[in-house]
Design a protein around this ligand. Sequence first.
Ligand code: BG6
Length: 480
Amino acid sequence: MTLVLFGATGDLAQRKLFPALYNLYLDGKLPSAISIIGLGRTNYSDRVFQMNVHASLQEFSRRDVQPENVEEFISKFRYCVLDVFNEESYQGLLNLIQMREQELGIAENRMFYLSVAPDLVEIITSNLQSSKISDTKGWKRLIVEKPFGTDLKTARELNEKLSKVFNEEEIYRIDHYLGKPMVQNLETLKFANPILELLWNHDQIANVQITASETVGIEKRAGYYDQAGAIRDMAQNHLLQLLMMTALDIPENLTAQEVEQEKREVVEALRPISKEEASKHIIRGQYAAGEVLGESVIGYQDEPGVVPASKNDTYFAARLYIENPSWENIPFYIRTGKRLEQKSTRIVIEFKNKWKGNPAFEDEGITPNLLIFEINPNESVSLLVNLKNPSTERYEPTNITFSVNSNIQPESYELLLSDAIEGDKTFFAHWKEVELSWQWIQPILEAFQEDALPLYPYPAGSKGPEAADRLLQEDGFNWW
Ligand code: BG6
């Protein structure tokens, strides 16, 4: 097969994609006859490009670079200068692809990875078609990064354009949260452990909380982030995908089609939040100056590149309901934010507490049982249970934890690239899910644009706006 990588001189390629390919290679998961063609605007020779790949492995690979085989790995790479707007430029690319296919005796199976600015996706796809590069005798696949559109309308337009060249089966929309090993484990855990499946429903569960908190600010991405906000950057994609993965009914065989169907049913069943209701269920916030992990940091409005008095959201929290029999009346709370006190992605399932409101037991310190999936940066599954301390005679919440050694775990991009090579779409976002996610988000986006709900400031390094705590307190809960 051939992997054509648009944006091969960019950050994602250096940090994630080359190391992921190398680790797949070390694990024997890369086809031995593979041609990898990197594209960019800068003029490089093949050798210089190969050395760049090598350097990125040394810096970012989770496993040490092995001198005895790294040369063989980088010899799979070629480089081609490409002006994505210029149709003729694609002719050179086609020649190189075909030359390598002949040299290596490989079939015309071509995978196009678009690690480029979102506004280039359309033009590249259409040029792949007009240059006939996408006319292959074997299979073809297109991998696209988020963001997929900027609202419901643009997402639909983009999808329509892509569909002219690739059919849905050939489009792999990457959401790197779906590549995180613990997220991939969610459905298999339920599948393989009937006790979990028994607990996983509205009879037992009081609420579900999904958190993706970050300590970083907007880094050097003001141009993008000031337009996107946390709602587009994290909520529409990563958080809703985590929600789907948590709430799906376990399919019988776990096939990609079944998982897709189940995920779609979850997002289809989301109770819509109208523009008018947004302020009841949604909290938006923006960080002010503060201290994160012991360092003073500036507020969002002072970040270079942010428009003066920007009302962009760097924090988003929401209360959602899934209107199906499994989740009737069980709130799901999701939240994400930049410049919070800790980096943590986790899913917490709070079970019903039959002692709640019973002072005899509440006074003794009984807390609800929690099932906690830590996804990032540490990976673990834990169960919070109440144990009685014999000396104090009080109950103490105690964690039974299984921790995963994250150093030996493959990274998101490794798992996702390997799936894409295999043609397995289980952990990619399907069009319907993406469309329905935008559909749910759209009225909220409009409420943000019309400034129809408060924008709560929160100090950098805090837990986020207090209003987000009140959202749960209204229902008698608190964030875990
Ligand atoms: C990206 C967002 O998709 O995910 C970033 O664009 C965010 O703003 C990142 O920082 C978080 O990813 P992770 O894997 O570090 O949780």
